[in-house]
Design a protein around this ligand. Sequence first.
Ligand SMILES: Cc1ccc([C@@H]2N[C@@H](C)[C@@H](O)[C@H]2O)cc1
Length: 451
Amino acid sequence: AIPLKYGAQYTGKRSDEAMNKWRSNRFGQFIHWGLYAIPGGVWNGKTYNYAAEFLKSSAHIPTPVWDSLMYQFNPVKFDAKAWAKMAKKMGVKYMTITTKHHEGFCLWPSEYTNFTVANSPYKKDIIKQLVEAYNAEGIDVNFYYSVLDWHHPDWRYDIKTPEDSVAMSRYLTFAYNQLKELATNYPTVKAFWFDGTWDNSVKLNGKWTYEVEKMLKEVRPGVIVNSRLRADDYGKRHKDSNGQLMGDYESGYERRLPDPVTDLAVTKWDWEACMTIPENQWGYHKDWSISHVKSPLELLEMLVHTTSMGGNFLLNFGPSGEGTFRPQELNIANTIGAWMSKYGNVIWDCDYAGMKKEDWGYYTKKKGSNQLNMVVFNVPVSGLLRVNTPKGMILEKAAFLDSKGVSLKVEEIAANQYLIHIPVKQYTSPQVIQVDYREGNAKGSYEKAKT
Ligand SMILES: Cc1ccc([C@@H]2N[C@@H](C)[C@@H](O)[C@H]2O)cc1
């Protein structure tokens, strides 16, 4: 192994209480909110199709012009309690809020810069209101923080001159202080979600990324840090020069999910995928007709897919400059929430079941239980759901979760090969089957399992 000072600090999954809670949460709400929500992807009457939170660069807007949006930030319809109630109904167990995105505008009254809500017409601390409202609903709150900062004069994309190096180290001190401020002033924060760490200026400062992780865990014991913060001694990111994952979970899945057959390696570590409702809009965009907008069932399948591979799913919402969500966002929250109110127990505290992926959908398994959950999205015209079990696993009975009494026929067709018979009809949402199994070896000549 290559000797490293700033590489992975441990290997394997954390098994402390804070991480077990993070893992059991499974479903989270991402919220991207900032000055970009005011123009919403439109500048001087022109609509820019690229991600709305990048409008400053898409429309080549000079920093002073962009920064003056601060004087228009006044979300008069913002109601943290209403947001938290919607999130509770959706069935999320955590929420990750952009404390500061690439634009550098802070949603909390940081003492280290004037570019914050405190100097906007709105004035009040948005982070404080969100933390209190979501915590009151029993939802953990995590902080997104962009290291990349378009506003701060000392930020550098690369270190080409001694001046760059002096300026960037001033910037990193500023960012370190802001992070310490967030971890200190909002003591219930559970995790930090770093972004904007791909530039060479950060890759050259692996030591700083190591020190930030160390400081946050000293200030807030148990706090969780994503791999995207970290660069090692040689600028390697996410995984260090020895291939070891840095931070506490892998955060490389952005608007994409690992393949349930070819990417099974992810089941060996903790990971999280974050997802937009439109194709590629994190911040509020005025015009959602410019791309596909994912339906509730599309997103629900992604949630189940993620759980089935032992990952967390972080679904993004982009509130408007006034602090409101769109009808599509409310519909998604209600539709997924209705399903989660019935079937949340096959998501929360569930993990990869170690079963072979089948066409009809996904397996999940609650830790320590002898029950297998089958979430069926694709009902075969045959009505026969194939189940291949690992050696030593015998299926006993199966039933739709919402009609526990009505058992389904379980046909053993060969050693460790079963067919579960379900009625062929139009299903309008994913069906959940709970299968009881026992340890044991299939007999040589298979026998008809009792129906
Ligand atoms: C190329 C690119 C840079 C930054 C991003 C940011 N990461 C997401 C989590 C959002 O914050 C997006 O603005 C996306 C794509």
